[in-house]
Design a protein around this ligand. Sequence first.
Ligand SMILES: *[C@@H]1O[C@H](CO)[C@@H](O)[C@H](O)[C@H]1NC(C)=O
Ligand SMILES: *[C@@H]1O[C@H](CO)[C@@H](O)[C@H](O)[C@H]1NC(C)=O
Length: 313
Amino acid sequence: SWESSQTESTTTNTKMLGYIWHYFYSSFLRYIQKWLIRQVTGTCELQRICSGYQPGAARTTRAEYSLRSSKSKVLRGALETSKDNLGQSVDQVMKEKSIKPEKDPQFKERFHICLLQITGYGSLYASVEDLRTVTFSSDNPKHEAMLFKLWDLLMPAVKLESRITKQWGDIGFQGDDPKTDFRGMGLLGLINLVFFSENYTMEAQQVLSHANHPKLGYSYAIVGINLTEMAYSLLKSGALKPHFYNTVQGWPELQHFHQLYCYLAYEFDKFWVAEEPESIMHFNQYREKFHNIVKAHLQDPDVSLTLTVSSGN
Ligand SMILES: *[C@@H]1O[C@H](CO)[C@@H](O)[C@H](O)[C@H]1NC(C)=O
Ligand SMILES: *[C@@H]1O[C@H](CO)[C@@H](O)[C@H](O)[C@H]1NC(C)=O
């Protein structure tokens, strides 16, 4: 058994060496390849990416990879630039790679947009995280006003009898005070609900009417808050990059995240109605299935998760 463990560790070592060799060999090959192409074409990889690929995820994902795997500190540093220093960072990269604006007049603008999208994504995540960590507070008049606004947008014909009331159940909150329902999503969950109701009032009311179906229904607000978590975790993992690279040709703002939530809220409802689950008890399973569909869309380099209202409903 001593011998067999000796052979085992020798095999493991050989394997390890194989991996290390493979790693150096492939990065060496990549280096040689880039160098050769540069000699022949007189352009660097970033220039070829910016001229050879369509704007959006096709171009920006490649530019991001190229910067991240670069040997140059200036190029890797560009990924950490703040919005105010972005112009400067573009100039530094051009200087570092000896890119002449006379020879490649479109590069600067194109690369600038890539860098806005790449660094903007991180900044968007930070803004979303800031809202998520704000706890809903009944002592904050702004928070309270948003809650009442949500009610008025969804139930324009019905007056709330009081602040604490079972009526909240009619828009899918759990108890008689919504403040306990935001849980891990904080103010972000409420802002998304209000954004959807304000900007897509007809659609939100239509979704609510499905949610209030006696047999096929679900808790509108609770599921909405749950879909905020889906949007948040997709953003956090980086899975939403291709979507934002394709749909925002510059710096992404919070409203773009809220728009994505609207897509999820609207599409989840369509999915739920089509699937006809036996009851809300199966929520987990259908949420998982829907989540997988969304993740599959995000594998498509042309992905664009935008709410398109189907007329005639
Ligand atoms: C509705 O959308 C616009 C632009 O997308 C945004 O400025 C506005 O704040 C949104 N409404 C709410 C309540 O968030
Ligand atoms: C959303 O639903 C899933 C599945 O039921 C659950 O694991 C998760 O904790 C929920 N998130 C929120 C914020 O309610």
